[in-house]
Write a protein that binds this ligand. Structure first.
Ligand code: CMC
Length: 428
């Protein structure tokens, strides 16, 4: 196999090195393209053919349906690990030993409170505010309370900021929901697990003690593992891009939350549930919605279907589908939306349109069914995704800074008007 790629343009022939990743993927390194061709650039909307970085964090093979964090298959991690252990693995590169892990968990608990003055900021939001908007703003607001310009090369400081973020972020997520409900903003409970505490912070009412349901806490932990990283997706690329200007980590993560919010990305989990509910209220005719999704004059898309990278089953969807059956049975919940989802999936998988375009269920297709079984309101689904994705964002931001990557600044091909001259308003 050639280790060089050649480009012929006009009278010029230039060559570029071809690099091979550890899993055999190949990339043409076009770093010298502009300098060797007199300023020619590539154009690739949506970056469908562009590797923006070299990364050691997550391996994803969309054709084979493979997802691994730091080399470990997602199936093994979902089955045997815990969310915080996976967070450590993603951020620091290796599974921790027992003492390191216990310290990591204790340090996160130690930072699981938010400055009281942050409550004034939440107070300013109307109750109708979407929790993702609140989460993004509050994450950015953390910059006002904690030092931004720490020395990145100071390992101790870096560690502190990481555990601080892991401790505070779920509190902000839970507060966003409590604000919407008009409930008092509560404090974390260090005696509980990460997800047990999150559930308590979301659902505890002032007049009665809250008992964590261990099935729910375990289910949520597994869902967070499945969402923890997904290489260079829209929100992660946003985090890396913001971080590349050396803006602080809270600003970068806040940008990631905003990018995740969109219905083509993490917001799809809310959109799936709303779609399933609409199908139910409309009499449960799934074929009608399959036809709508295929109709190019109709903007409707089958939410939770299709993926930029997976052209096969999303391995996360496989795990979540199986898990949805188990969790609903364990919790004794019967949900007609699960039956509609299964019917819709079968209809799509047998349909020529979806087969030809290799559109399969993605992570968001079944996750909402589990969130719903846990009693989590639909507008909080994407917040759950964000809490799960936080370790991935941190790991990717850290890797970008450790590699001293240059500021992200794409080029463009200008297709606007050529030079023209200003005409005063009364002469136009
Ligand atoms: N329903 C109907 N048609 C679809 C769908 C869908 N969900 N997804 C893709 N297509 C069609 C699309 O119209 C296009 O058809 P044609 O070739 O005839 O023009 C073809 O399939 C290729 O789609 P694309 O839009 O070019 O693919 P993309 O890689 O730009 O978009 C996507 C990927 C995820 C944005 C898209 O599949 C989509 O909008 N899905 C629904 C939203 C969703 O579930 N998003 C969650 C993604 S997974 C979680 C995450 O990473 O955030």
């Amino acid at each position: 196999m050639s280790d060089k790629a050649y480009l012929k343009i006009d009278d010029l022939e230039v060559s570029f090195p071809v690099e091979t990743g550890t899993e055999g993927d190949r990339a043409i390194d076009i770093k010298t393209l502009r300098s060797s061709t007199g300023g020619i650039v590539t154009i690739d909307p949506g970056y469908k053919n562009t590797a923006s970085t070299r990364s050691k964090i997550t391996y994803l093979n969309g054709e084979a349906g493979i997802l691994r964090y730091r080399g470990y298959p997602i199936e093994e991690l979902a089955d045997q690990s815990s969310f915080l252990e996976v967070a450590y693995l993603l951020i620091f590169g290796e599974l921790p030993d027992k003492a390191t892990f216990e310290k990591f968990v204790a340090d996160i608990k130690d930072k699981s409170f938010v400055n009281e003055e942050m409550k004034n900021i939440i107070d300013g939001f109307p109750r109708s505010a979407h929790p993702m908007g609140i989460l993004s703003s509050m994450t950015s607001a953390l910059t006002a309370f904690y030092p931004v310009n720490f020395d990145f090369n100071d390992k101790e400081e870096l560690y502190k900021i990481i555990v601080r973020l892991l401790g505070k972020f779920p509190i902000l997520g839970a507060w966003a929901m409590r604000k919407r409900n008009g409930w008092p903003l509560t404090y974390a409970d260090s005696s509980l697990s990460y997800t047990g505490n999150l559930l308590k912070m979301m659902f505890e009412k002032p007049m009665e003690p809250y008992k964590v349901n261990e099935i729910s806490a375990k289910a949520l932990d597994k869902l967070l593992i499945l969402h923890a990283d997904h290489e260079q997706n829209c929100s992660t690329s946003t985090v890396r891009l913001i971080g590349s200007s050396h803006a602080g980590i809270f600003a970068a993560i806040s940008g990631g939350v905003s990018a995740l919010w969109g219905p083509l990305h993490g917001g799809a989990n809310q959109a799936v549930l709303e779609m399933l509910e609409q199908i139910r209220q409309d009499g449960g005719d799934v074929q009608k919605y399959i036809n709508k999704a295929k109709d190019k004059s109709d903007p409707f898309r089958l939410m939770g279907f299709g993926h930029r990278v997976y052209k096969n089953f999303d391995p996360r969807a496989r795990i979540i589908k199986k898990y949805a059956d188990e969790v609903l049975a364990d919790l004794g919940v019967e949900d007609p939306l699960l039956d509609i989802a299964k019917e819709l999936e079968q209809a799509a998988l047998n349909d020529e349109y979806f087969k030809a375009r290799k559109l399969y269920p993605n992570v968001d297709f079944y996750s909402g069914i589990i969130y719903r079984a846990l009693g989590i309101p639909v507008e909080m689904f994407t917040v759950m995704f964000a809490i799960g994705r936080l370790p991935g964002w941190i790991a990717q931001w850290k890797e970008m800074r450790e590699n001293n990557e240059p500021i992200g600044r794409p080029r463009q091909l200008y297709i606007g008007p050529r030079e023209r001259h200003y005409v005063p308003i009364d002469k136009r």
